[in-house]
Design a protein around this ligand. Sequence first.
Ligand SMILES: Nc1ncnc2c1ncn2[C@@H]1O[C@H](COP(=O)(O)OP(=O)(O)O)[C@@H](O)[C@H]1O
Ligand SMILES: [Mg+2]
Length: 638
Amino acid sequence: MEGRIIRVAGPVVVSENLIGAQMYEVVRVGALGLIGEVIRIEGNCATIQVYEDTAGLRVGDPVSASGAPLQVELAPGLLGSIFDGIQRPLPILRDQTGDFIARGVSASALDRAIKWQFDPHARVGDRVEPGDWIGSVPETAQIAHRVLVPPNARGTLIEIQAGAFTIDEPIAILQNDGARIEIKLAQKWAVRIARPYARKLDPDTPLITGQRVIDSFFPVTKGGTAIIPGGFGSGKTVAEQTLAKWADADIVIYVGCGERGNEMTDVLEEFPQLIDARTNEPLMRRTILIANTSNMPVAAREASIYTGITLAEYYRDMGYDVALMADSTSRWGEALREVSGRLEEMPGEEGYPAYLATRLANFYERAGRVIALGTDQRVGSVTVIGAVSPPGGDFSEPMTQNSLRVAGAFWGLDTGLARRRHFPAINWITSYSLYDLRKWFVENVASDWEAQTADAMAILQEETKLMEIVQLVGSDALAEDQKALLQSARMVREDYLQQFAFHEIDGFCPPRKAYWMLRAILAFHRELMRAIKRSAARDRVIKTETPVAASNNGNESSRAQEPVPSKAQEHIAGEFTKSLEPGAMPVHPTDHSAILERALALPVVPEIARMKEWKHDEAEARGRALVDEIARAVGALR
Ligand SMILES: Nc1ncnc2c1ncn2[C@@H]1O[C@H](COP(=O)(O)OP(=O)(O)O)[C@@H](O)[C@H]1O
Ligand SMILES: [Mg+2]
């Protein structure tokens, strides 16, 4: 039954007489047949959010219901695709309508002509249940596309054979209570509904990102969730893209949601050229891009997020580890706010709808490591990494707050660090991860991984405290070992945490290399502290030998018990007070300050700065050699 538009407000259209339409049903709006989705039904009126530009729509224009919710098509051929928010293939749309996509175009998400080689896994006569694995298609050289019994079908296989099939041809036939069910390579799934699984598992394996600050201090699990909030220019997009390139997921789904078009263009141009270092295959063969830029209508942002997560669940069900990157979830939040405003709903915090928190929670809950449906108990995972763009970098706003409540890892980007070009600008003091992966790293990388990362974090935290003192009274107020600690902290920051995303070798750092890098820095730190202690102890020996105390003999006996300052100590104290005076020149009165200076002049220091360039397979040998050299050179300082 056709309805008629009675109101148009931005992306929201109200239609009357759309009889029988369901919530979230897809409708075609106006003469162009713009794609929209019913988001409210009241009496005779249906409110529709339109995924395309509504300019030119008028009261009285027709609206027709499609009878189905917003669905994606699931079949071989998804990998390597570039879709818009409602799964229209962008390259094909461009061929049809040019660089600016015309409205109301429909195009099949997948190529219907390709014949895929189907190799059965189940046999005629097998009784199969939802999720059972009945055969495979080699979708790419690396990824076998497991063909599964759809979640709503079961029965006895009465036909299944090997051969070349298009996605629309039946590859198997089931019989259930006399009903014949055809199974095709293509299935559809409504994007707002999470795909079912048998059981959720505790996540226990890290998603190795190759970014030292993340893997060492704030790791995320396969099946976990992480958010990257940060102000403009703090590195969210670079972080998402770097993770999409390097994270050790089988499949990557990259959702560019409402960000500037040129960023998405970078992805669209760069990704197809990249080679996956682990498989030597083009990276696009394990990637699906969903591009929904800021100049596309806002309502489609929500669709792009749901489309992305549904595709992720589909490959999870096959038993793969999938990573979904969403840049930026804030644009989705803004779309919700705009649509909610048009609906004249009661606004919540800062104009966002009251259901913002629930929407975000429902989305992040679709992440997880699961045992899929099916008798073979495949394990797969969906990891979600969402960028958040708080206006002005203020993390107290609703999107950041509601996201961090549901996310397992929080990688807070710091505008100050980004301004100083410390990248990735992840603030090591405010960031956190709720995932305890110490056991995995201890078992799989190094037995002292946990101890080592804890030591490094302690140095960074101590640095923060000392810097407060330095800011108040200047660095000369610090004792020698404190100055040395600041140098070690600088090494941890510059030679370990900083990682240039576009560096040929250092863009990705395997944990084993990270371990040896950190071990060298910590070896330097410990040896230096020891050298300073040795020198201080020697000073004490010299001081107690000075005969100052003897001259006090015979005076008030009670005072004789008190330690008497030595000449050297008095001298230091004098210099210390002087150094606190405004405009005081820095002074280096003590003899053991020379230790720190001499240590920093050692050739091992520039060698530490060059560790990032170590080839991955040489890192361990070079790390061992450097640690030995540090022990020898710093250990020899007197
Ligand atoms: N890991 C990194 N390595 C090198 N440069 C980086 C890194 N992260 C960010 N940058 C620099 O910061 C700029 C802004 O980053 P971008 O990701 O676009 O910020 P955002 O998405 O938060 O606005 C980039 O163009 C790049 O020059
Ligand atoms: Mg960005």
